[in-house]
Design a protein around this ligand. Structure first.
Ligand code: SF4
Ligand code: SF4
Length: 290
């Protein structure tokens, strides 16, 4: 049974100018037929982020070939590959005046390169339109195809993000097809391919792990030379998804952040509503400054 949601997870709705920003952004996404992980994954921060004119683009369609037990994104067999999508993402980013653009995707295990080329094209299209903006990509594991990873790394994102999602013991139960050790191998390989591109990974907690296991995950990520880590509370998107086993208190998150910083991450963002792309620009800047 899921626990009752504590009061620190209450979400504030927006009004006035912020609500106008929210609506404008929604209109931009619709008019360009773009998807965002903010909407598709039912992110609890959508009001705050969109009111501040930040969003995470989700490319390669809105149907994922996997079905992770924590994720609200639709699953099935995608039928198309939209080659014009990179340009539309870049146009929208320009229209929004973004300084830091975050791009993720569904897993496209049906494609030979897993969608790597579209990621690379999207990075290049954003650079053409917004040469001063930084670009962060949150990529799938490409089923361990390092040629695909190389295609993305050759396009030189400013941050390469790939999520570990769960501690080792819970990984197979929480994620579909992804493997804990493959995630670590990808992060390590990304660093070998482009040593000066910061890497980042996110852990979602509250699904039955122990604090000890969280610390072990930090050690594993540091051993893969990961620079930025985010830790957030799992929230059950629908009754069909995994139950929440534990809601961590904000003070516990603060202690995890301390533990992470002690281990040598250049930045750790930890909190109940922290998501991989929450305040991503600030995370990237903080990592640069250290
Ligand atoms: Fe979107 Fe990320 Fe903000 Fe959530 S935290 S609303 S996914 S930008
Ligand atoms: Fe969601 Fe898993 Fe697909 Fe990622 S791979 S979009 S977490 S179902």
């Amino acid at each position: 049974m899921s626990q009752r949601k504590p009061e620190w997870l209450k979400i504030n709705l927006v009004s006035g100018k912020e609500l106008a920003n929210f609506k404008e952004l929604k209109q931009t996404m619709r008019s360009k037929t773009l998807h965002t992980v903010c909407e598709e994954a039912k992110c609890p921060n959508i009001h705050e982020c969109w009111a501040n004119r930040t969003a995470t683009f989700m490319i390669l369609g809105d149907i994922c070939t996997r079905a992770c037990r924590f994720c609200a994104i639709k699953t099935g067999l995608p039928t198309e590959l939209d080659l014009a999508e990179p340009e539309r993402v870049a146009e929208a980013a320009e229209q929004m005046g973004l300084q830091h653009v975050v791009v993720t995707s569904v897993a496209r295990d049906d494609l030979a390169d897993g969608g790597a080329q579209i990621f690379a094209e999207t990075i290049k299209a954003i650079r053409r339109r917004l040469p001063l903006a930084s670009v962060e990509v949150l990529i799938p594991d490409f089923l361990g195809n390092w040629d695909s990873l190389k295609i993305v790394m050759d396009a030189r994102p400013d941050v390469l993000n790939h999520n570990i999602e769960a501690v080792r013991r819970m990984s197979d139960r929480v994620r579909a097809r992804a493997k804990y050790d493959r995630t670590l191998a990808l992060l390590k390989k990304a660093k070998e391919l482009q040593p000066d591109v910061p890497t980042k990974s996110s852990l979602m907690i509250g699904v039955g792990e122990t604090v000890e296991e969280i610390l072990e995950t930090m050690d594993d990520l540091r051993a893969a030379d990961v620079n930025i880590m985010t830790i957030g509370q799992y929230l059950q998107p629908t009754k069909k998804h995994l139950d929440v086993v534990h809601y961590y208190h904000p003070d516990e998150f603060a202690r995890m952040k301390e533990e992470g910083m002690k281990r040598g991450f250049s930045h750790v963002e930890a909190g109940p509503l922290v998501r991989s792309s929450y305040h991503a620009h600030e995370q990237a800047n903080a990592a640069k400054e250290t």
